[in-house]
Design a protein around this ligand. Structure first.
Ligand SMILES: CC(C)(COP(=O)(O)OP(=O)(O)OC[C@H]1O[C@@H](n2cnc3c(N)ncnc32)[C@H](O)[C@@H]1OP(=O)(O)O)[C@@H](O)C(=O)NCCC(=O)NCCS
Length: 131
């Protein structure tokens, strides 16, 4: 079911990752793969989760993932992360992705999603941390 979306005028959150979409990240039509963008968001969320946990973290869930606009090759892609919720071992991080269009000069929000990470111990079991 299509959800009502609020289009943000500017990014919110902490800049956690910035990269340029390269030809190797493209599909047959010349736009980037959704999976490539999700992996950037996953890394970006893990940066903030790891900083806060000061511990190893792993991704347990991805929710509310929406691709709002295509990402073109050459776009400067920026992920902005903000903490939505913390638990005993888990942290839910909202990630917004924005693209600086090299070809058109515009700056557009292209995706968003909520990534949940869990702090884990040496054996890979959830570990309570002070977020
Ligand atoms: C993450 C993992 C260690 C959690 O282990 P588990 O035994 O399921 O842990 P629990 O059920 O005790 O849940 C641990 C925490 O995760 C949260 N959690 C579990 N499943 C969740 C889900 N689907 N969505 C959101 N949070 C979830 C729980 O609410 C709990 O949070 P809290 O400690 O803050 O209260 C385990 O599922 C795992 O190793 N998964 C694979 C992770 C991985 O490899 N990720 C990379 C994918 S390639």
């Amino acid at each position: 079911m299509k959800q009502q979306r609020i289009v943000n005028a500017e990014p919110s959150g902490e800049l956690v990752i910035q990269t340029v979409a390269m030809p190797k990240d493209a599909n047959a039509y010349g736009d980037t793969f959704g999976g490539w963008l999700v992996s950037q968001m996953d890394v970006g969320g893990a940066v903030l989760a790891h900083q806060r946990a000061q511990n190893r973290v792993t991704t347990v869930a991805i929710d509310q993932m929406v691709f709002l606009k295509p990402v073109y090759i050459g776009d400067l892609v920026s992920c902005y992360a903000s903490i939505q919720k913390t638990g005993h071992s888990s942290i839910a991080i909202s990630i917004q992705v924005w693209a600086q269009r090299m070809r058109y000069g515009s700056f557009d929000q292209v995706a968003e999603g909520v990534f949940t990470f869990v702090a884990i111990d040496e054996e890979g079991h959830p570990k309570t941390v002070d977020w």
